[in-house]
Each structure stands twice: as C-alpha cells, then as structure tokens.
Write a protein that binds this ligand. Structure first.
Ligand code: BGP
Length: 485
C-alpha cells in the first residue's frame, strides 16, 4: 500500500459556505454574510448593511446548521476518516468583541464534533475561514488593526478549552496568503476600504494588507503556543492557497519572474509560519512596493515560538508566468495567470494539472520537511440531476482519480502526506462567485442560484467511487460501472 494505514481521507467545507442560519441562536454577521450572489462574469457585491430584496447566498446556504446529522451520516457512509470544517467566529463572539462566548454557538460545534466522533471521524477545524465578524470590520477595518490579535486569542481560548480532548487538528487561517493579493483584503482579513463596492475590484491599500498579514502571523503563532499549552495533543497547522507557477518559456526573464512571483504568493506566508521568521527576499518586495510593515519589539520572538506542526494547502490548478505582458491569460483560484498550452481548464477557466500536484508536494516538502495535508482539491462543475436523482459526474471522478494518482507518486518520491480532504464534499456556495451552480460535491444539494430548491441531498456517482477509494486506502481508483440512485 502506498498511503499510510491511518491516512486521513475525508472532505472539506467552510461555515459561511454551507451552514446557513446566519443570524440564528445569537450568531452575528460575518464579512461573508454581507456579500450578495454573483457569477463567473458578475462580481458579488459587498453591502455595508443588509439590503431588503437582495439575495445573500450565505444566509441559508445549504442549511448544514439544521441538517448536520444527516450530512455527517452521509460522510460516514463514504468512510470519511476526517472532516474539515470551520467555526464561524461570529457564532461564538457575535461582533468579535464580546468578553464571554455565546453558549449556543459553542454547543452547536460541540454537537458537530460529537457527531463526527460517533463515526470515528476526526474533526479538522479551521479557526478562521473567510468569515471575520463584520463587527470587527466596522470597528477596526479588520486585521489592519493590531487589536484584532487579542480578539482572535479570546476566540481561540474559548474553543481550545471547550473542545479539549475531542479535537486534534486545527488550522489557524484558511489560505492566509490570499491576502498577498487584493481580493484577500476583504475575504480573508475583513478590510473594507472606503469606496469598495465589488468583491472583485476592491479599493486596495497594499500596506494595510501586509500589515494585516503581520497581525495574522502573530495571532497564528500565539494560537499555536496557546493550543500546545491547553492540550499537548493539539496539532496546529498553517493553510496556504498554492498556485503552482511554471515559467512560460526557458527564457531566464521568465524564470526569474516565476521565482519572484512564487515566493510572494506561495512561499512568503508558509516561510513565516513554518520557520518562524520573515524571509529576506520580502525586504526587496516591500521596498519596491512602498510597503512599510510595523514590527514591534518582541514580535519576531513571538513568531519564532509559534511554528506550526504541519503544513496544509489547497490545490486546484497551475498557471504559467511570462515576462511578456501580451501572453493570453486565464482565470484561477483568486489568482489567474498565463494560459498553459498543455492543459485543459474547467468551465471557470481553472487549468487542470494533476502532475502539478506531485511537483508541488515535492517542492513544499523539500522546503519544510514537516507532515503535509492537501485540505482542498476538486473540480467545480455544472452537474445535472436526473429524474431519478442520480448525477453522473464522471468528469469529477476523472479529475480526482488523476490527482490521487499523482499524490501516490509524491508519496513514493518521499513526501510525508498524512491526509486528503477534497473541497466541498457536499455541494455548497462558491467563495469567489457566490454561486451554487459551481458544484464540487460527492453529495448533490437541491439548491439553486435564485435561492430556490428543497435542500434535499442525493448521492452522485462520485459518492460511490470515493467510498471505494477510501475502503481500499487509495488502491482502487477505477471508475465504477453504474450510476446508483
Ligand atoms: C478556496 C477556498 C474555499 C473554496 C475553494 C473553491 O480558495 O478556501 O473556500 O471556496 O477555494 O473556490 P470557489 O468556491 O471560488 O470555486
């Protein structure tokens, strides 16, 4: 067998994209709750107040909040060993600023955790996944302010204490490096600058984002330390959005640009969180971009004392980098890039590159040599539910199969890979576009972009296929014969 005996097969979700119940049982609004629906071509809007007669996809989402038992039972049927979900910070601290946590929020996640444990499913919890409490945005302009570190620590303290003994794996911030790009300003850091109306074209102040990142690094490091103090079994990881970059040609200009872009986007945050120090290459980037990050006395020590225990990342696609600005671009996960003539793309223009996953696993492992998990991967596609409720998603099976094959190669290459949680194991709202039509799941949810749908769940063909993959610990990747309703 290629994968370890206790390899963590499972699936991944995020609170704002699937829980719904956005204002139930004391929950306050998060940044995501202020985003309207959108599409591949029309940007989501960010509203400063909830508007009447406007559709906000996160408000009901797929209603996991009221259906978690049914959904976790389905994950258990597939044989999940791990389930990645996030805690909505504003369910625990409705504005982010309260001094005592909201008991109903804590209880909800305790129920979810207990339900997982009932089936021997290990919870893997993202502490902050694109859902900064909107109260923090209003008062502090999100992570731009240093005060938010203490608010985050209150939140961590509440959840680390409450779930002690039940949870092992934590991730401090989802795709922390998304904030190296303008879109991450609001999405990840809750920074809402004056004049911003659209999610895709935010008014961007790079200095605030990089200052915000410094605050998030400190918060992450302090959380690692606190977690270890509260429960020595806690393992805390970082989580990066990894956009694998290839030089478009062997022209040395393309090589150098690829190295420079990849350092800022793919390595900067991981280097800080794994090694506990700022990499020297960032000095030049900061200087050339007039970025002045305020680092206080003692900050660098904090970073050094809070190195993560394991490394996780999302992988969907790769891009090319060219020094020629005329080269044709394609879209991608937050970051687009130059089109690769050797690759096909999804309906959303994300280039499909299974071999890039092997390459990436090796690159990262060579750099850090700590255990790794792929905590997001998958194909966003239009699915068609038949009258008998079946969904024949061979394209998804193909995508995942080819990626798992390359994971095997990487393990043979020597990478210490401990888990795999494909994204959106149950259909949920898209983070970039706010659509339901962009589906990733093994489980189809009857919910549509106009808000209609009875929210019923049905198993896609990939559900049965993934069950077989898990049962065989990744040995049997063959497609299955029939679509079973
Ligand atoms: C990642 C996010 C997820 C998820 C995924 C797919 O960047 O961590 O929240 O949504 O991408 O992206 P999308 O939903 O835009 O298709």
């Amino acid at each position: 067998m290629v994968f370890k005996k206790d390899f963590l097969w499972g699936g991944a979700t995020a609170a704002n994209q699937f829980e719904g119940a956005w204002n139930v049982d004391g929950k306050g609004p998060s940044c995501s709750d202020m985003c309207t629906g959108g599409s591949h071509t029309v940007s989501k809007r960010i509203t400063r107040k909830i508007e009447e007669n406007t559709f906000y996809p996160s408000h009901e989402a797929i209603d996991f909040y009221h259906r978690y038992k049914e959904d976790i039972a389905l994950f258990a049927q597939m044989g999940f060993k791990v389930f990645r979900f996030s805690i909505a910070w504003s369910r625990i601290f409705p504005t982010g600023m309260e001094s005592t946590p909201n008991e109903a929020g804590l209880k909800f996640y305790e129920n979810v955790i207990d339900e997982c444990l009932k089936y021997n499913i290990e919870p893997l919890i993202t502490i902050s996944h694109y859902e900064v409490p909107f109260g923090i945005t209003k008062k502090y302009n999100g992570w731009a302010s240093r005060e938010v570190i203490d608010l985050y620590m209150n939140y961590c303290k509440a959840i680390f204490n409450r779930y002690k003994g039940k949870v092992k794996y934590w991730l401090t911030f989802n795709e922390i490096n998304s904030a190296t790009m303008p879109m991450g300003g609001y999405l990840s850091q809750g920074i809402l600058n004056e004049g911003t109306t659209d999610f895709m074209t935010q008014v961007d102040i790079p200095n605030l984002r990089f200052q915000g990142l410094h605050h998030q690094f400190l918060a992450s490091a302090k959380a690692v330390k606190l977690a270890h103090e509260i429960d020595s079994n806690y393992q805390v990881g970082c989580m990066q959005i990894y956009a694998t970059m290839y030089p478009y040609t062997c022209n040395p200009d393309d090589m150098v640009k690829t190295q420079r872009d990849s350092r800022v986007m793919n390595y900067f945050c991981g280097d800080v969180q794994v090694r506990g120090e700022y990499p020297t290459y960032m000095n030049r980037y900061f200087k050339e971009n007039n970025i002045d990050v305020k680092i206080e006395d003692g900050d660098l020590e904090i970073l050094k004392e809070g190195c993560v225990d394991f490394y996780t990342f999302s992988y969907y696609m790769s891009i090319c980098v060219s020094s020629d600005p005329e080269k044709e671009n394609t879209s991608g996960n937050i970051l687009g890039g130059v089109k690769n003539p050797y690759l096909k793309a999804s309906d959303w223009g994300w280039q499909i590159d299974p071999k890039g996953l092997r390459y990436t696993l090796n690159e990262i492992y060579d750099r850090y040599q700590i255990p790794m998990m792929i905590v997001e991967n998958g194909l966003g596609a239009y699915d068609k539910k038949e009258a008998d409720k079946s969904v024949n998603d061979d394209y998804r099976i193909e995508y995942l199969k080819e990626h798992i094959e390359q994971m095997k190669e990487a393990v043979e290459d020597g990478v210490d890979l401990i888990g795999y949680t494909p994204w959106g194991c149950i259909d949920l709202v898209s983070a970039s576009t706010g659509e339901m039509a962009k589906r990733y799941g093994f489980i189809y949810v009857d919910k549509y972009d106009d808000g209609s749908g009875d929210l019923s769940r049905s198993k896609k063909k990939s559900f049965y296929w993934y069950k077989q993959v898990i049962e065989s610990n990744g040995e049997n990747l063959d497609n299955i014969e029939t679509v079973l309703a």
